[in-house]
Design a protein around this ligand. Structure first.
Ligand SMILES: Nc1nc2c(c(=O)[nH]1)N[C@H]1C(S)=C(S)[C@@H](COP(=O)(O)O)O[C@H]1N2
Ligand SMILES: [Mo]
Length: 338
């Protein structure tokens, strides 16, 4: 799908369901001379990236400086087996830096996050703009070990660090018209090569935008993340601040946010606009509602998976967070509101 510059009708996915499909597509692209972006990587990186992940040695290739954060540990989710850090930071979806899984790390290491401004506005009494330091010092930071389930049917377990979106929204005092919360990623084609080159960016329309209903945004699980594995976020994971909504498919968890707006009406969202039959507004993880082109009943666990092992595990309704969130959707037909 990346060979032809996709149009609205041909680009339908976020998308590989299996590593073997990914590898096939990569080798095809390579044969056809389309992996231009890989030229910036050393041959050592290219060969391991081909296998999907970096080895520990390749961690040295990480150039972006993260800094240690102070935070309270997540004691309730300690039992979850976490995905190794080198996989979390090298297997990414961040189309602003390329639509292939290894491109966000390869193409984002020079990303400049300071100065950063996050503007919160719209239907509220106290609009505010946060600067870079506010992001890590406005609220006490907490670790949250969450499962992340991509709509492409792979999953990870990531120890995020951040604060609840509810606390942030309370600061701006939403008014009674505020029914939705919209989010926008930085638009800066000079820094984000996928925004400057349509093929590299997978044909997505930028800036990337997402949204939640206000009650979803206020749920205790909904996190504004500024770090992972004890340090500030690397660019490929959405530095300096991104959303994490663990019961929804990963594409709702928008990265590198510069704007949050409270709205009366439901705003358009990036993947839903592109292919509404495939990517719904709600995007709640649902093993009983298949993607039109693949099953959502199971997922490939990257946490336990080597490249050649299967590691298929059953997908859970609401990604296992039903107890906390199922009430939000009481009375709704989840096969229509997917
Ligand atoms: N701005 C932006 N946010 C994004 C994406 C993107 O391409 N651009 N990809 C989404 C998808 S499809 C997933 S699965 C998660 C991946 O997060 P991770 O790379 O930190 O694991 O980020 C989401 N947020
Ligand atoms: Mo995803």
């Amino acid at each position: 799908m990346l060979i032809n510059i996709p149009t609205k009708n041909t680009l339908k996915d976020c998308n590989v369901t299996d590593e073997s499909v990914y590898l096939e597509r990569r080798s095809l692209l390579k044969k056809m001379g389309f992996l231009g972006a890989s030229a910036v990587m050393s041959s050592a990186i290219t060969s391991t990236a081909q296998a999907g992940f970096f080895s520990d040695d390749d961690k040295e290739k990480v150039k972006f400086q993260t800094k240690a954060l102070n935070f309270s540990k997540d004691s309730t989710n300690e039992h979850l087996l976490r995905t190794p850090e080198n996989k979390v930071i090298s297997h990414n979806n961040f189309y602003e830096f390329g639509a292939q899984k290894d491109q966000p790390l390869a193409l984002s290491q020079g990303f400049d996050v300071a100065p950063w401004q996050l503007k919160i506005s719209g239907e509220c009494d106290n609009p505010i703009t946060l600067d870079y330091d506010n992001l890590t010092n406005m609220f006490p930071l907490e670790e949250r070990i969450y499962r992340l389930r991509c709509v492409e049917a792979w999953s990870m377990v990531i120890p995020w660090i951040g604060f609840s979106l509810a606390g942030l929204l309370k600061k701006v005092a939403p008014n009674s018209r505020a029914k939705y919360v919209a989010f926008e990623t930085l638009h800066d084609p000079k820094q984000m090569p996928g925004q400057a080159d349509r093929r590299l960016g997978g044909g997505l329309i930028f800036p990337y935008v997402e949204a939640l209903r206000i009650d979803e945004a206020m749920n205790a699980l909904t996190l504004m993340s500024v770090g992972l594995y004890g340090k500030t976020l690397p660019p490929q994971n959405g530095a300096p601040i991104r959303l994490v909504v663990p019961w929804k498919y990963g594409f709702k968890s928008i990265k590198s946010i510069v704007g949050i707006k409270l709205l009366e009406h439901k705003p358009p969202t990036t993947w839903n606009k592109l292919a509404p039959k495939e990517y719904g507004f709600y995007a709640n993880v649902n093993p009983n509602h298949d993607h039109p082109r693949w099953s959502q009943a199971s997922e490939r666990s990257i946490t336990t998976g080597g490249l050649f092992s299967r590691n298929r595990v059953a997908t859970l309704p609401f990604n296992g967070y039903g107890e906390e969130v199922a009430d939000l959707y009481k009375g709704m037909d989840l096969s229509k509101n997917f």
